[in-house]
Design a protein around this ligand. Structure first.
Ligand SMILES: [Fe+2]
Ligand SMILES: [Fe+2]
Length: 247
């Protein structure tokens, strides 16, 4: 399927969808929704963030994630899938949620970790959302554009502002440890290249960028942004915990 014929097939309503399209959409969106609803890992920081301003920033980002989660849940309901059991499960805590990505099973243990998470994992989320920003299913494209903006320009900006400040305060070792913990988890977020699901998503036009392409974009951004934060060193952006990916 070429991109041009994908555009011609843009759908605004679920009844335009083939069974295969619906099945694949459910497969992808149940992972996305469970991951958006992984908010229990953020709960401690609503009160533990050091300043009042930072607690407010955390609360606003928290609300955004709930809105992202609800947005996906609404899409799933509209195509006839009941998301409620998965929402309950995702909300139960970091150890729960069979459809969550690995990274959302991990706890954020220090303030430096949270700030690195904001800078690195949120950026990964933003780039991932760009991968569905021109989806053939218009409600998903709409959701993806808003999410890419929230994660890339709002949530990760919190990290970009806080990390240099922490560096100036001499928190180099803590930040480096945090980077070493959260980079491989973020790299894994993009999934395996060339899986059979991946090819189907692209053929159907559910996604418009491959896992390999979005991971490469993420690596390029990290090389630039972390490269500017000496003396921090970026772990290999293609090495996940699951596997080392081809650039
Ligand atoms: Fe989100
Ligand atoms: Fe976010």
């Amino acid at each position: 399927m070429t991109p041009a014929s994908n555009r011609a097939r843009t759908m605004v309503s679920p009844d335009q969808m083939s069974d295969e399209y619906r099945t694949m959409l459910v497969k992808m969106l149940t992972v996305q929704m469970s991951s958006e609803y992984a908010t229990p890992i953020m709960v401690p920081w609503l009160t533990r963030a050091p300043s009042a301003e930072e607690r407010i920033e955390e609360a606003l980002a928290f609300a955004d994630e709930m809105r992202h989660g609800k947005g996906v849940a609404d899409i799933l309901r509209a195509i006839g899938y009941d998301p409620d059991p998965l929402i309950e499960e995702a909300q139960r805590g970091p150890e729960h949620g069979q459809r969550k990505l690995d990274i959302f099973h991990v706890t954020i243990d220090t303030w430096e970790e949270l700030c690195i998470y904001r800078m690195v994992a949120e950026r990964a989320g933003a780039i991932q959302a760009l991968g569905t920003a021109t989806s053939t299913y218009l409600p998903l494209a709409d959701w993806s554009c808003r999410s890419a903006y929230d994660e890339g320009e709002v949530h990760s900006a919190l990290g970009r502002r806080r990390v240099p400040r922490l560096l100036k305060q001499g928190r180099v070792e803590e930040l480096q440890r945090a980077l070493d913990k959260w980079m491989p988890l973020s790299t894994d977020m993009f999934g395996r290249p060339d899986s059979s699901n991946e090819q189907k998503y692209l053929d159907l036009g559910i996604k418009n960028l491959s896992n390999r392409e979005v991971r490469r974009r993420f690596a390029d951004v990290m090389e630039k942004e972390i490269g500017d934060l000496k003396p921090l060193t970026l772990p290999d952006p293609y090495r996940g915990l699951r596997e080392a990916y081809a650039p």
